[in-house]
Design a protein around this ligand. Structure first.
Ligand SMILES: [Zn+2]
Length: 206
């Protein structure tokens, strides 16, 4: 409850906007909604953040702002609640970002070691690929005269770029594979899920 009217006394803090006597959670046309007792308008659905934006007269919050005069003590209390809640959301968002970055880092490291263990013919020299790829380009572009004798270098260039492409494909596959495996393992998802037709539909390429 909002407490008794007093001229100077600060209102006790509230932990949800519904605790304020001026925000009345009630049924509106048979659905859960709420009523602002400052302006007398009712809204649905019930939405604490929108209720706060309404009484704080913050535009652009999917809710009309309150047209009534709201006493400063109440406004301060709403503002304090709003600040507290949004500081929490911000710090939650930050910690989510940190977790996401570290998951990405771990998965990338795992992908690299997965690729290292899958050294297939032609894959072992991959780290040097960008260099050899560009040098073969330079070689074939270095002069028209070289063109006549370039059938072997053209051949080489083609196989390098094929290798490069297949490395990228393999690396993408491994990245996806690792992300899926990590997700399954860390979220405790039973292996049987892969038999689900919903799952198959999810990962099918169409
Ligand atoms: Zn209102």
């Amino acid at each position: 409850m909002c407490g008794e009217e007093g001229e100077d006394a600060q209102l006790p803090a509230i932990s949800t906007v519904g605790e304020c006597a001026y925000i009345n959670f009630k049924e509106v046309n048979g659905k859960e909604g709420w009523e602002c007792q400052w302006c007398g308008l009712s809204f649905k659905p019930r939405h604490a953040t929108r209720a706060m934006r309404h009484v704080l007269k913050l535009k652009g919050g999917d809710i009309a702002i309150c047209k009534a005069v709201i006493s400063a003590r109440y406004r301060d209390r709403y503002q304090a609640l709003y600040d507290r809640q949004f500081t929490r959301v911000d710090s939650k968002r930050k910690s989510d970002e940190i977790i996401r970055d570290s998951v990405t880092e771990q998965q990338e490291a795992a992908v690299q070691s997965l690729l290292d263990t899958r050294k297939q013919p032609g894959v072992s020299g991959l780290r040097k690929l960008p260099h050899s790829f560009s040098s073969s380009h330079v070689a074939s572009a270095s002069g028209g005269a070289a063109r006549s004798s370039s059938s072997t270098s053209l051949q080489g260039q083609r196989s390098v770029s094929t290798m490069h492409r297949s490395y990228i494909r393999r690396s993408n596959d491994a990245t996806v594979e690792m992300a899926i495996a990590d997700f399954f393992h860390c979220e405790n998802i039973p292996d049987a899920v892969v038999e689900s037709s919903r799952f198959k539909r999810l990962i099918s390429e169409e």
